[in-house]
Design a protein around this ligand. Sequence first.
Ligand SMILES: Cc1cc2nc3c(=O)[nH]c(=O)nc-3n(C[C@H](O)[C@H](O)[C@H](O)COP(=O)(O)OP(=O)(O)OC[C@H]3O[C@@H](n4cnc5c(N)ncnc54)[C@H](O)[C@@H]3O)c2cc1C
Length: 403
Amino acid sequence: MPTNTFDVIVIGSGLSGGWAAKEFTEKGLKTLVLERGKEVKHLKDYPTTNMMPWEFPHRNEVPQDIKDANPVISKCYAFREDAMHFFVKDNEHPYVQEKPFDWIRGYQTGGKSLMWARQTQRWSEFDFEGPARDGYAVDWPIRYKDLAPWYSYVEKFAGISGNRDNLPMLPDGEFLPALELSCVENYFSDFVKKNYTDRHIIYGRCAHLTQPQKIHLEQGRAQCQKRNLCQRGCPFGGYFSSNSVTLPWAEKTGNLTMISDAVVHSIIYDDKAGKATGVRVIDAKTHKATEYFARIIFVNAAALNSNLILLNSTSSRFPNGLGNDSGLLGKYVAFHNYRARVSGKHDGHLDKKTDGRSHTSAYIPRFRNVFKQETDFLRGYAAGFSANRGIKRNTDGFGEHDG
Ligand SMILES: Cc1cc2nc3c(=O)[nH]c(=O)nc-3n(C[C@H](O)[C@H](O)[C@H](O)COP(=O)(O)OP(=O)(O)OC[C@H]3O[C@@H](n4cnc5c(N)ncnc54)[C@H](O)[C@@H]3O)c2cc1C
């Protein structure tokens, strides 16, 4: 059916789907983006973005009954009253956990690009060489130098703020100016510099426009206002999201068709041609089934849902799921493993104050096992941290009267 045929189908409009749409439409290909969630238009659909603290019925806390009904997403720091409408609720889309797995999902235009913490550190050659060096897991087919130009390509368009720190374990990129660390973060950084040669404290690179360039203004974005209310969706386009950057850019080309509430069920595989030819879609609201066709199909539905779609895509050539000759689809999926937490109190710097809010944190790049294996565990870890004046809430006057 000609109306259902495109050059490209992109499944999912999140961080990676938005980029795929931008690249294809810019090159003149008619591109259909299918998004299972609701439509969230930049500016128009950020209902909490300009709300004042006192306008939230629970002062930005999640009420206990909602927490009880959603134990998995309630573990996520970003699941707050001002942003909870962007999270898939545990009780609406339950899943079986044979081993604990915190599955945080955003089903909407932009996917999790609205919800992310905007941290954008590059991988280094040490990360790519890890499996080859210690023999654990499968060697990466590429190395840092293969990816470096693509990091640059993406960074220039997205707008990443950071310092050129000249550290081999955390390569520099195409940075906009960094913000200042706080006085206590600087104090800690100096302390570490004095006491260690192999550890560094830097400003965490992040996808914020600290100084918009021509390309960012062309995207219709403005400088980050340091509001630090990013998870609500930013009316300035101050941070990178598919909604504010790649999707509107793709739309401007005239080559984008975007359909929301379109749950891709599976990919159609033509056994005779030996090719994927289209996708089967169920409308989330009406449950009507439709098929769309294209020469190129990009699966950008995030890690688990991409596996799910491929497993659902059975044919006589691929009875266990498209491309699943190895039988590994959907297995050995690891969650981003975080987080150990330490905190401390620093007395001092009482004569200093902070202007504005910081949208990123300080960052301690990997320092374990970089140049050689020196611990009883493989590879390393990095850490984000921040130091700021705590808010001491005075609760005197609340609660039972004791007089
Ligand atoms: C709170 C939080 C903080 C994070 N912070 C960072 C960070 O600081 N730095 C960082 O690098 N990463 C961070 N991440 C991770 C980052 O958000 C994800 O890695 C990234 O969004 C993945 O991009 P994606 O395109 O694969 O998936 P997503 O952005 O999740 O997009 C997938 C899209 O596919 C859609 N979809 C799913 N199934 C179907 C289907 N069957 N049919 C049609 N559409 C479908 C979904 O609705 C969604 O819109 C964070 C994530 C969370 C939750």
